[in-house]
Ligand binder design. Structure first.
Ligand code: UD2
Length: 340
């Protein structure tokens, strides 16, 4: 458990426009799927990392390989605690970046706990942004979501489509939208609206886990692959290392883009894949003979989702590098090596 595959291309520190200034970042949600990948990459690039997680959905095993490494410290704290960022800054004066990924991550949970979701996914974000501005941070990067587009079916989804008229399907979507809007208006703020992220460390064990981790587990075990609805719904799947690279690019642009570009950007691959095609690909890659089992469509499921990613490409020259077959192969290798 905790073994890492080589998901990142070797990158010279100069790629990140490194200067002699010491860099240190707060990563909230550090024990989560994406947060732990991001923290590990930041450490590789020479950043100090102060990781924060209340372990509500994050797992200590995701950060075990970083604990004890020079430059990494972990705080089991909630981002809803008042004054958290000033306290961390007092203990780590070099802190100058904040990557805010901590969130209530389950859409169904948000429907049952709307107030807690608004507190965590919106109010706490705006408060932390305000603190980062006051403390002179260089960048505050927030994990937005495709859920901010609600029921909008104008594909590909452009950033401007999410506005005050958008009909959100959940407190999760609404809270992320409001927080993103606020972050995108700050001179140090960038919100990355993440589409369907997948890769190693994604937990396959709950019914609301990402479809890719679930399908790989079912296919590897020869269990029926559960398709909710007709399977013709589509999603924009993006591999975790591409998302991590996007976070880094918006916060620490390369020498030809020295300034951060505040605003709200989609991050996906810009390609829609149907759930049926995904299941076929995973069966093939795992050489599985699992059957497909068609179940009731999931309540609140969006039919199609696909990002327009040109704004992020223009602002930072970021490009997704890992295609679906390659990303699936890497995820399968990790899951089969450590889980089953
Ligand atoms: C994603 C995010 C969620 C939120 C939402 C916003 C993930 C894991 N979740 O939810 O946090 O941002 O987007 O819209 O990225 N499916 C099956 N069989 C299964 C599991 C899933 O058919 O066993 C279908 C499911 O009905 C859906 C699609 O696969 O149509 C993707 O499901 P998901 O849970 O991976 O992600 P999604 O898009 O609902």
């Amino acid at each position: 458990m905790g073994h890492r595959v080589g998901v990142y291309r070797r990158m010279d520190r100069r790629d990140m426009g490194e200067t002699t200034e010491k860099k240190a970042a707060v990563v909230t949600g550090v024990a989560g799927f994406v947060g732990s990948h991001l923290a590990s990459r930041l450490l590789e690039l020479g950043f100090g990392v102060v990781g924060v997680d209340n372990l509500f959905s994050g797992k200590l095993e995701n950060i075990r390989s970083m604990q004890g490494r020079p430059g990494f410290s972990f705080y089991r704290r909630s981002v809803t605690e008042p004054g958290l960022l000033p306290q961390l800054k007092a203990e780590h004066p070099h802190l100058n970046y904040c990557f805010h990924l901590a969130a209530i991550v389950s859409v169904p949970y948000s429907l049952d706990h709307p107030q807690e979701t608004m507190d965590t996914n919106c109010t706490a974000v705006v408060e932390m942004l305000r603190q980062a501005e006051a403390l002179g941070f260089r960048a505050f990067v927030f994990a937005g979501s495709a859920a901010e587009y609600g029921t909008d079916q104008r594909l590909p989804l452009l950033e401007e489509y999410a506005d005050d008229d958008t009909v959100h399907l959940s407190p999760y979507g609404l809270a992320k939208y409001l927080a993103s809007r606020q972050v995108g208006r700050s001179p140090i703020g960038v919100s990355l609206r993440c589409f369907n992220i997948y890769g190693p460390l994604q937990d396959p064990s709950s019914p609301y886990s990402g479809v890719i981790s679930r399908f790989i587990r079912m296919a590897s075990r020869g269990e029926p692959i559960t398709i909710f609805g007709d399977g013709l719904q589509t999603r924009d799947f993006v591999y975790v290392s591409d998302v991590v690279e996007g976070y880094l690019r918006v916060a620490c642009p390369d020498p030809s883009h020295p300034e951060i570009q505040p605003g709200v950007y989609n991050i996906g691959r810009g390609i829609g894949t149907s759930i049926l095609d995904l299941a076929a690909l995973i069966r093939e890659l795992t050489r599985s003979s699992s059957k497909l089992s068609f179940l009731e469509e999931r309540a609140g499921d969006i039919r199609h989702s696909r990002a327009d990613i040109s704004a992020l490409e223009r602002a930072t020259r970021w490009r997704p590098r890992v295609d679906l077959a390659d990303g699936l192969a890497r995820t399968i290798e990790w899951m089969q090596g450590t889980r089953d």
